[in-house]
Design a protein around this ligand. Structure first.
Ligand code: ATP
Length: 513
């Protein structure tokens, strides 16, 4: 669509609402910030994405098993993991607009603006390439260097300040960079303070301090604390993985990007336990395997890129993000982290229980190293939906809105449409629907002209429409129309189940891995 990215993003949001994919949470009470409900089609799409991930991880790997841990965990879990003390974002308020920002995001956005200036200088120079003289070259070079020095100095100051926990210095950077509030335009800032992102509640009937428990901010810890349970009962041999999907909760400060950043969201994580010293091989393996998984969806390989982390968390010895070209730019979709033995060792220390593996080949006990893959289900949903939504010009000046979802993930696999509402066509169409229903979610529609019914299914993203006409009564055949090409093909009714199965089963995706 030749639209401004922000307009296209608004279109995605309104399409989600109009076609039953996503609604604001408790909308009749004006919604709840950064919390969303999935509607009738959204719930199906989300379930199918989760299912594809689960099968690719658990069903297709002999050495990966899945669990379903509780959202509530013993509070000491979050002490051991570091979340109680360090799962913080630095926040700052603008006193005039009363808006709250993440200080690190304000600084990052300021740096991006300077980077844009560098890009503009380079573009300008490229345009004047033919008559570019020495003097021009020098002055361009000088400006680029000046901007780059500024960026380096801001980044260094910020990193030092965060390393030392010097929040006054973080504020000073915002002041020195003359960053203004995008709403009020003023530089009237409060001090910077740390804000813990975990939601807490109390367990039991008395709300005493000792009863405070947290809603898990990530699913990973449910896997770490169950490491030995699974290893022993499943007789797992290293290397092996434990996968899990489930809700996570973060009290995000900046939550303005629809389902990209939510306060209640779903993660799909896999912790892969390996022999110490082999983690880099496995890190590289999972980096490639996960990119391939994303690419198998057919959204366009150019929409993905790796972003290697230069600054590593203290427990990681390698980390990267798979970024996706969202309507608002390339942003993190999945994280792949080599987490060393940090988490298991922390849990050993805080619980006083050994979390070790006896390696029969080495004849030795050790705490395994962990490579994790962690992807947000909602972000994946947004990636698939925004890559699929298109407005197409048709022959004769007509337009159609089409949602090019991967057929295996589409909520409705086929719509059965009698050409007219009489002459026995609805009865035959219903008979076909009842047969296909055993294997797939299909729908029946007899309202409006067939052209209109096609358009409606295109917008929902239904990959196939099956039309029953008068000839069907005699030749036992129907017409299948494909959503993307709009091509129509005549097929035998007795072949329908097999054809549909071939086209929409998850197997077609799994085979590409
Ligand atoms: P970000 O830097 O965008 O806040 P993160 O690095 O904190 O993300 P992780 O803790 O690595 O994210 O979580 C793994 C994945 O979970 C992310 O790649 C993302 O897909 C998803 N995720 C994290 N926070 C949210 C959120 N608030 N809403 C939706 N998905 C999220």
């Amino acid at each position: 669509m030749s639209q401004k990215p922000e307009d296209f993003f608004k279109n995605v949001i309104s399409h989600c609402k109009e076609y039953g994919y996503i609604f604001p949470s408790s909308e009749i009470y004006d919604g709840l910030s950064a919390v969303y409900d999935y509607g009738q089609y959204g719930a199906e799409l989300k379930k199918n994405i989760r299912e594809y991930w689960w099968r690719a991880m658990v069903q297709m790997h002999e050495n990966i098993v899945g669990i379903d841990a509780a959202i509530f965990m013993h509070p000491t879990t979050w002490k051991a993991s570091g979340h109680v003390d360090a799962f913080n974002d630095p926040l700052i308020d603008n006193k005039d607009s009363k808006k709250r920002y993440r200080a690190d995001v304000l600084i990052e956005e300021h740096v991006v603006k300077i980077e844009d200036k560098i890009n503009k200088e380079v573009e300008k120079a490229a345009k004047r390439f033919e008559n570019f003289d020495e003097a021009m070259f020098r002055s361009t070079n000088a400006r680029v260097k000046e901007y780059q020095d500024k960026i380096d100095s801001i980044n260094n100051r910020f990193k030092n300040a965060m390393d030392k926990g010097d929040l006054a210095e973080v504020k000073q950077i915002i002041v020195d960079c003359e960053i203004v509030c995008p709403i009020s335009g003023s530089r009237n800032w409060t001090d910077v303070r740390q804000f813990n992102l975990m939601f807490s509640t109390s367990m039991g009937s008395v709300a005493e301090e000792g009863n405070t428990i947290y809603l898990r901010p990530e699913t990973a810890q449910g896997i770490f604390v169950n490491f030995l349970n699974v290893q022993k009962t499943g007789r797992m041999k290293i290397p092996f993985g434990i996968a899990q999907t489930g809700k996570a909760f973060r009290n995000e400060i900046v939550a303005r990007q629809f389902i990209f950043r939510m306060r209640e969201f779903e993660q799909m994580e896999m912790q892969f336990f390996v022999r110490p010293g082999t983690e880099m091989e496995w890190y590289e393996y999972w980096k490639k395997a996960r990119l391939k998984w994303h690419q198998s969806l057919g959204l366009g390989n150019e929409k993905y890129k790796y972003h290697d982390h230069l600054k590593l968390a203290h427990y990681a010895n390698a980390a990267c993000d798979i970024e996706f070209a969202f309507p608002f730019g390339f942003k993190e979709l999945e994280g792949i982290h080599s987490r060393t033995d940090f988490d298991l060792k922390q849990h050993e220390q805080f619980s006083g229980k050994k979390l070790q593996y006896f390696d029969p080949e080495l004849n030795q006990n050790y705490v395994p190293y962990v490579v994790e893959t962690s992807v947000g289900l909602d972000r994946l949903f947004l990636a698939i939906l925004s890559a699929g939504l298109k407005e197409e010009e048709l022959e004769g000046g007509d337009k159609r809105t089409v949602l090019n979802l991967p057929p295996a993930l589409a909520p409705i696999k086929a719509a059965i449409l009698p050409l007219v509402k009489k002459d026995g066509l609805p009865e035959l169409a219903e008979k076909i629907m009842k047969e296909l229903m055993f294997d797939h979610i299909v729908t029946y529609d007899e309202k409006d002209t067939v052209g209109r019914r096609y358009r409606r299914q295109d917008a929902i993203g239904t990959p196939y429409c099956i039309t029953v006409d008068h000839d069907s009564l005699n030749d036992n055949s129907v017409t299948i129309r494909e959503r993307d090409t709009m091509k129509q093909e005549r097929v035998k009714i007795s072949e329908l189940a097999r054809i549909l199965d071939e086209k929409v089963s998850l197997k077609s995706l799994l085979k590409q891995l």
